[in-house]
Design a protein around this ligand. Sequence first.
Ligand code: GCU
Length: 683
Amino acid sequence: SNTDSYQAWLQYRPIGTKKEEYKKWLTAIEVNEESQILESAAAELKKGIHSMLGVTLVPDNSAEGHIILGTYEQMDLKQYGISPEVFRDVTDEGYVLKSVFEKEERAVLLIGKTDRGALYAAFHLLRLLQKEVPIDSLEVVESPRNQFRMINQWDNMDGSIERGYAGQSIFYVDNDFNEDLTRVKDYARLLASVGINAISINNVNVWDVETKLVTKAFLPKVKAVSAIFAAYGIRSFLSINFASPMELGGLGTADPLSPEVEKWWKDKVAEIYEYIPDFGGFIVKADSEGRPGPFTYDRGHVEGANVLAKALKPFEGKVIWRCFVYNHLQDWRDRSTDRARAAYDHFKPLDGKFLENVILQIKNGPMDFQVREPVSPLLGAMKQTNQMLEFQIAQEYTGQQIDVCYLIPQWKEVLDFDTYTKGEGSTIKSIVDGTLHGYQYSGIAAVSNIGDDGNWTGHTLAQANLYGYGRLIWNPERTTEEITKDWIHLTFGYDPDVVDAVEYILLHSWKVYEKYTAPLGIGWMVNPNHHYGPNVDGYEYSKWGTYHFADRDGIGVDRTVETGTGYSSQYEEPNAKVYDSLELCPDELLLFFHHVPYSHRLKSGETVIQHIYTTHFEGVEEVETFIAKWNGIEGKVDNAVFENVKQRLKKQRDNAIEWRDQVNTYFYRKSGIPDQQNRTIHP
Ligand code: GCU
């Protein structure tokens, strides 16, 4: 099939057998209200339907088969057999999608509670058409489960992207905005099509030039970018520099309790809203990895976040305050400091003290987006403080979009995790959708994986992570299989061999990546700074607090209460007990919680050292299987896409071999225990 990788999952490829049937329904379009968002929706329907059916939708409401696009208040619902009651339970971004065939009149209704809902309905219909689903008796009622469905760009204004693996920024070049914003618009389409409704457009590390984004020098351009996103229902946010009152305002302090600082932020926020009335607010990385924050002035996160929240409140703006706060100047000899504890220790005591328009953003794990980590115990632990969850779509520690690593299964495990914070059933998904604690604002954010590469994500299969992120957070009940199949169908079509091969690779990829990298939840073992490729001791004696403590006797971090850092006690029971116990702790997290001898027997029946050897041999073998599967569909997928993935799989194989050999050699040398199966430990 033809796949234009730039179009990603919005291929709109000509459809087959259903074509004549669809044409009866789709000849014209009636839009029942004027709005930018409805214009975007109509434009997308015209584009998609023209491309799939060869039909040019005309503006007409009397045509035989037509689409009615709009909001429920402007519509005579009864005429179409829809009870207005239906919309009572639909949220602002929800919609009804219904087809009606009456008195020779065919109509497809795309009715949003607001225009944003109608936009999502339009994308829903386009998906159904591309999947060639019958549309003659549609009756869909949908609302997103999460309020904030956000993307964080880590783009710098020099055009680089922190942890970017797909080229340069589509937003910035040479310390300014890109003049050509075509790609920003196409990005907005991609994001809206999977339900994203918020974006922060600059890196959380706010350097000199980016600090000036909130000044007259750049606000007109921020406004232009915001307008592009707004037309697709996406609200824009900026990452800000906490020291702005000094760096921009020339004040002698950024102390959040200083009246002049408070006034400075008030004026600054008012100025931003003059340019961008629907501005979302600020995202803040403060007192984290050396960035400025309230600690300098002997103040805490509450004072820091609240001074911004006060300024934003009159405009309904939000402060998204990141909890990625830890001591990044640690000494490996100091066994009592534990980076995993940090976020909880810092923030849990502050519950109830933040203003209502503050949302704490918490990474899914207590460390930093490793292939395997426990779920952060801070999530849900603050019952009176709005929280949102942070994922990383960018594959910083999971193969950097050279290696394939499909993250939906990992994210699903996080969302399904039961914290027990209000008894059984206190899942992460019920915390971040706001229902468990009744948060006023909550949701999910994720670090984007796109850049200006032709296919957006470097590795074409990495598009599945961006697509899947949106679809999963719209409705966390959706299964991995469903999301994966949808993405494959929309991107590649229906050839069963292609579907099988791609599905196999995606669904196995996370576990395979885990097998050939750091074992049993220990994390890191990567090359310093860039984080790609193996280096077992790469971070072992550095200041970052990420150690495996391997010696000749054993490996792992003791985070138990009796003999370790006590991190396990940050969980509610029974999780605390499970993690604390050597017998109960799940294998995949064993070394995160316990320091054990290499001869320690896992639940799987294997010893730790044998597990290390075996998984590393298997990891490489499974990458070979990926290669065989992919090669098997040559000629059945677009050639450019085929080559892109083929090249990357080759590099993945090299990487997996390097990991296998470094890890196996290191632990053979440390432990002196040979492989039971006598396989060659390559030097
Ligand atoms: C990681 C990442 C940094 C990033 C940081 C953050 O440590 O390596 O590049 O700035 O996370 O999330 O703030």
